[in-house]
Design a protein around this ligand. Structure first.
Ligand SMILES: Cc1cc2nc3c(=O)[nH]c(=O)nc-3n(C[C@H](O)[C@H](O)[C@H](O)COP(=O)(O)OP(=O)(O)OC[C@H]3O[C@@H](n4cnc5c(N)ncnc54)[C@H](O)[C@@H]3O)c2cc1C
Length: 385
């Protein structure tokens, strides 16, 4: 049997694509290794831009998400600063006439809202299918793995949103190892966060505090050696070290919980397509978390791929022309996401004292020039294309 589209991975990005295709007259099969109701990455928090909210509204996910208590915390201001140098900028939702610049969302709640929207739309997921290989022929993709059934599955187009894209043959990837790790944790302060996020550039790398529920979601970049020391501290010593590292911009940390770390790499497929296959979301680009862009770019991949698929005649799905069209359409936004996050880390995340003055100037100008600020804020809200 030849399916029109096979979606591999029903995480937030694969589910968004499935929802974008829910009303199309297409035979779509959705595979995921996880068991029904299971959320393997449930401990993560995701940063959603205002633009991502608009997409989730169109996909019928936002309402369900907003109904889950504390699932989405609005970010009303972002305070950007650098340690050991002057310069400071504040981006405010009110300046854009919006209720929020973005939201911090629990992965678990988002996945639950996506699963709910899929079942409301009558879209089923084949759970417990771990795909091992995706290869292309001139007419279709061949998808193989555990739990798939008697033989491989065939589809005109395979859309891979499994978080890595490792199963797809014929992709060329670029990789940059930042030689740093991100420590993530939940931290509490004496004062309520009032929707304010902090992005502080320190000589050792950026630190972000994102408001979430009654606490902040912390992302602290450090060398692997320093991270090992920080992870070994008890909670009281950890919050004291965080307060002194963060400096004067915010203080009064009282508690930390759920500390863990992951290595920071930039990895992306320059062309997110191979024969009869397309990769999207984290499988297409894994970005540094500095600006909270990763999931937003992935969601735009899903939404735009959905539109390209719907606009393509069934028999042309997955052919070279369609894959080229998608690649061309997504290139500016994907590459801007890569360049923006990588550039920010390169310019702001180093310990060269000589760079502090120009960095301070850039922040001061960003704060003082309404047009520059507006352009930067809009890039954070809607992406960079
Ligand atoms: C270690 C790590 C930590 C992160 N932490 C943060 C954070 O703190 N904040 C933030 O904003 N972003 C974070 N991110 C980025 C964020 O997780 C991604 O942007 C987002 O999860 C992308 O969604 P996705 O659907 O593309 O992939 P994923 O969320 O990875 O979902 C992939 C889906 O595919 C399924 N799957 C995987 N392999 C297979 C297979 N072989 N066969 C079938 N199904 C499969 C999985 O079960 C899952 O449902 C982190 C990323 C990583 C790698």
């Amino acid at each position: 049997m030849l399916h029109d589209v096979a979606i591999v991975g029903a995480g937030p990005v694969g589910s968004a694509l499935a929802l974008a295709l829910a009303d199309a007259d297409l035979d779509v099969v959705i595979l995921d290794a996880r068991a029904p109701g299971e959320t393997p990455r449930g401990d993560r928090s995701l940063a959603l831009s205002h633009g991502a909210r608009l997409i989730l509204e169109r996909l019928g996910v936002w309402r369900a998400l907003a109904d889950i208590a504390d699932a989405a915390t609005p970010i009303t201001d972002i305070d950007i600063s650098q340690a050991g140098g002057f310069g400071h900028a504040t981006l405010a939702a009110a300046d854009e006439g919006l209720p929020a610049l973005g939201y911090v969302v629990s992965y678990r709640a988002l996945q639950a809202a996506m699963d709910q929207a899929l079942s409301r739309a009558g879209v089923g997921i084949r759970h417990g299918v771990a795909v091992r290989g995706v290869a292309g022929t001139s007419t279709h993709a061949v998808i193989d793995g555990e739990g798939i059934g008697a033989g491989p599955l065939h589809a005109r187009l395979a859309a891979i949103a499994d978080g890595t894209g490792a199963a797809v043959s014929g992709l060329t990837r670029r990789r940059h190892d930042y030689r740093q790790v991100a420590i993530v944790a939940r931290v509490w302060r004496e004062a309520p966060h009032r929707g304010r996020a902090y992005e502080r550039f320190t000589p050792q790398g950026p630190v972000a505090l994102l408001p979430e529920g009654d606490h902040y979601s912390l992302v602290w970049t450090a060398t692997p050696e320093r991270a090992a020391e920080l992870l070994a501290l008890d909670d009281a010593a950890f919050v004291a070290t965080l307060a002194s590292h963060f400096g004067t911009r915010t203080g009064g940390f009282t508690r930390a919980a759920d500390r863990r770390s992951f290595p920071l790499v930039l990895e992306y497929a320059h062309e997110p397509v191979a024969m009869r296959s397309v990769v999207l979301g984290n499988a297409a680009q894994t970005l540094h978390p500095v600006a909270g862009q990763g999931f937003n770019v992935g969601l735009r991949d899903a939404f735009e791929l959905g539109q390209v698929i719907v606009d393509t005649p069934r028999e042309a799905l997955g052919d070279d022309a369609m894959l080229r069209r998608y690649t061309r359409q997504r290139r500016p936004d994907r590459m801007a996401g890569v360049a923006f996050t990588h550039g920010l880390v390169s310019v702001f995340g180093n310990d060269l004292a000589a760079a502090r003055w120009p960095r301070g100037l850039a922040l001061a100008l960003l704060d003082a020039l309404p047009l520059a600020k507006r352009a930067f804020t809009r890039a954070m809200l809607f992406g960079l294309h």
